[in-house]
Design a protein around this ligand. Structure first.
Ligand SMILES: [Fe+2]
Length: 197
């Protein structure tokens, strides 16, 4: 009897996941980092990297998944009011997941990245748009520091202007909210939580 109950629960779970997939309501899991938490020391402490990844990024994913399940339930019940109310949490948390997923890939220890200023086509584009890599760094630092509250500072390609640009976004807003022609190259998290230790 217990086996039958478990089998039924498993089947219902599979059906529910299939329904979510058909509706495009897929859930996420925390992506692994390609380096150890302490790999960036002394620039960034391993302890804050672990907290940032396992606590803060995980929370966006947990809250998104929870909201998606509630949305699925609301759609099944035809509860439009709840479905509408969930949009804000879904938007905020999925953006937090996407922004952090880009951010982790920006970071590297000096044996694998950083150090020398970029050269080749990226170096030329930086020089053309900002005069030098030092001026780009100063601009990103200044614009990141000027973000009120929480947000992100981005280095991006503007496909329309055919040049690099620096943009900022608030809270968990993605770069696309600043324009459809912007493609992110680098993003810095200027919330307090990556640095509070
Ligand atoms: Fe963050």
């Amino acid at each position: 009897m217990r086996l039958r109950t478990l089998a039924t629960a498993k089947t219902l779970g599979a059906i529910s996941r299939f329904q979510q997939h058909v509706r495009g309501l897929e859930t996420f899991t925390l992506p692994d980092l390609s380096y150890d938490y302490d790999a960036l020391e002394p620039a960034i402490s391993g302890e804050i990297m672990q907290l940032h990844h396992q606590k803060h990024h995980q929370t966006y994913i947990t809250n998104y998944n929870k909201a998606i399940e509630q949305l699925d339930d609301a759609i099944t019940k035809g509860d439009a009011s709840t479905a509408v109310k969930l949009q804000s949490a879904i938007k905020f948390n999925v953006r937090g997941h996407v922004n952090h997923s880009i951010f982790w890939k920006n970071l590297a220890f000096t044996s694998e990245g950083g150090g020398e200023p970029p050269h080749g086509s990226l170096g030329s584009a930086i020089n053309q748009s900002f005069s030098s890599v030092e001026k780009l760094i100063a601009k990103m630092n200044a614009e990141g520091a000027a973000v009120q509250g929480s947000g992100w500072v981005w280095l991006a390609v503007d496909k329309e202007l055919k040049r690099l640009v620096v943009e900022t976004t608030s809270n968990q807003d993605p770069l696309v909210t600043k324009g459809p022609c912007l493609v992110p190259l680098l993003v810095i998290d200027v919330w307090e939580h990556p640095y509070y230790l």
